[in-house]
Design a protein around this ligand. Structure first.
Ligand SMILES: O=c1ccn([C@@H]2O[C@H](COP(=O)(O)OP(=O)(O)O[C@H]3O[C@H](CO)[C@@H](O)[C@H](O)[C@H]3O)[C@@H](O)[C@H]2O)c(=O)[nH]1
Ligand SMILES: O=C(O)[C@H](O)COP(=O)(O)O
Length: 319
């Protein structure tokens, strides 16, 4: 299955580049095609959620109609929400799993990496797709597009979505202004340190799918380091041949303020350096919070720690 590639004859130019063979810029497969391609395999969809009562039901509404055909289970992995995320998710048709229920007896630590790691234990699918629960008007084809290459090619273990990203500020929307951490930090630094991954369009994006074979056998970095860690670990294990990327169109989400993205960036840098074998000081980020009198108060946020081992290894160590 390879619809959407332009018809360049690479045999005349040497080996086709990854960006041609493993990038689907115009994915055209249908849900029916995918159901036929499952061949006995099962698909789980995981929505990590921390206080997403405003958007979680809307995201579920785009995936729930696939339950029983392409999608075998749909869970919201509740990351400790204190709002009505769980209630709204259940009403919209998802199973809600808390971090504690996912792996009983092991107290959770904060952060997105922890939620995703526990979701591997809480699900059973041979293929697992992740979708952020803060998305605004996501396309119902997100999941079908992401799982396509995994169902078609046994050598592919991780498929990242890529997309155009609007930036919303107040009532205005800048069509290509989103993905600030991606464009200013992640892609430049990844290109500097792991140039083979420089053609991955959205290394940080929360919409991606992987095989259980991969996801149960890799460690999970803490917090927002989880995506860059998974990408590099997949590359180190399978090479570029194990990774694909699919155009999902447009993806809008809650755009965080810059000071929150700075903290996210610090965590991503820590994981990226770790995966490249480069020492990090381990020092948390100091930010300068404006006072009412025109001055600034320094405020330090420590790095999240607590990398999690592969779920397969945890299972072995449980009684
Ligand atoms: O402790 C947490 C933090 C976040 N989330 C959920 O994770 C998703 C993404 O989090 P968000 O804070 O919206 O991240 P973004 O600002 O959108 O950051 C981008 O970059 C991150 C770093 O790669 C990715 O984790 C995100 O998926 C990606 O959208 C949302 O559904 C959150 O509710 C949790 O479940 N637990
Ligand atoms: O992926 C990113 O770069 C961050 O989530 C920030 O995204 P935004 O600039 O679209 O809010």
């Amino acid at each position: 299955m390879n619809p959407g590639h332009e018809g360049v004859v690479w045999a005349e130019h040497g080996e086709a580049p990854w960006s041609h063979t493993h990038t689907w810029d115009h994915p055209e497969w249908s849900v029916e095609d995918l159901v036929a391609a499952k061949n006995g395999r099962t698909v789980s969809v995981v929505l990590p959620a921390l206080n997403e009562e405003a958007t979680v039901a809307g995201v579920i509404a785009t995936i729930a109609p696939l339950l029983g055909t392409l999608v075998d289970e749909l869970i919201v992995l509740d990351s400790g929400s204190t709002d009505r995320t769980a209630e709204r998710a259940r009403a919209a048709g998802a199973r809600v799993v808390t971090r504690e229920d996912a792996i009983p007896g092991l107290p959770p630590v904060p952060g997105k990496g922890e939620a995703l790691w526990r979701s591997i234990a809480a699900t059973t699918g041979d293929v697992i797709a992740f979708v952020d629960s803060d998305l605004i008007d996501p396309d119902p084809m997100f999941v079908p597009k992401m799982v396509g290459p995994l169902l078609a090619d046994p050598d592919i273990h991780l498929v990242k979505g890529y997309y155009r990203r609007p930036l919303r500020t107040g009532d205005t929307q800048e069509p290509g202004g989103g993905g600030r951490v991606t464009e200013l930090l992640a892609r430049p630094l990844l290109t500097a340190l792991k140039p083979e991954l420089g053609e991955v369009g959205q290394p940080l994006g929360g919409e991606y799918a992987g095989t259980r074979e991969l996801l149960a056998s890799v460690r999970f970095a803490p917090g927002y380091g989880v995506e860059i860690g998974l990408l590099i670990d997949t590359y180190d294990r399978y090479g570029l041949a194990g990774i694909g990327q699919v155009n999902l169109g447009v993806r809008s989400h809650r755009n965080r303020p810059l000071h929150e993205l700075s903290l996210m960036s610090r965590q991503i840098v820590a994981t990226l350096l770790d995966r490249c074998g480069i020492d990090d000081s381990g020092v948390g980020l100091t930010q300068f919070v404006p006072d009412a009198d025109g001055g600034f108060t320094p405020y330090r946020t420590e790095l999240l720690r607590g990398e999690r081992p592969p779920i397969n290894e945890l299972r072995h160590s449980l009684p």
